[in-house]
Design a protein around this ligand. Structure first.
Ligand code: ZN
Length: 143
């Protein structure tokens, strides 16, 4: 269990977020979530851990911009890799992302392994897959 899991965050600000009240939602490990208002006006619920660690500091508008940057960076790197040698066992050329066929359609499977547990998600496009991979890494990888 994380320390300070029951602390009261109401009224505090984390980046763009101001905590309004404790949400009735719970996170994946049953941790508390907080209803926050982003300074762009949107409401969002965020776990105590994500707020304290700073991994979530907005409703997502900031993170979206950030992940676009990451995507561009990854694409450049991908091109370099492509000119070099692409790993033969991975059709996408991206770590943690592989191609899969579901209901006759090509889709992308994002899978990361943490403490012998696998967290995976299947999406329609490589763009989505890259965003999901960031999401999974942010969520599950030790900081
Ligand atoms: Zn926002």
């Amino acid at each position: 269990m994380m320390p300070n899991i029951n602390q009261n965050l109401v009224g505090k600000t984390f980046g763009h977020l101001t905590v309004l009240k404790k949400s009735s939602e719970r996170g994946t490990q049953h941790e508390y979530k907080w209803l926050c208002r982003c300074d762009c006006g949107k409401l969002t619920t965020v776990t105590t851990g994500a707020l304290n660690s700073g991994s979530i500091a907005s409703c997502g508008h900031v993170r979206l911009e950030k992940s676009k940057e990451n995507l561009r960076f990854t694409e450049d790197r991908h091109k370099k890799q492509f000119n070099d040698h692409l790993p033969a066992n991975n059709q996408t050329g991206y770590k943690n992302i592989s191609m899969t066929t579901r209901n006759g359609r090509q889709r992308y499977r994002v899978a990361i392994q943490v403490n012998r547990k696998q967290h995976s998600k299947i999406v329609d496009s490589l763009e989505e897959a890259l965003a999901v991979r960031e999401e999974l890494r942010n969520k599950w990888w030790p900081k």
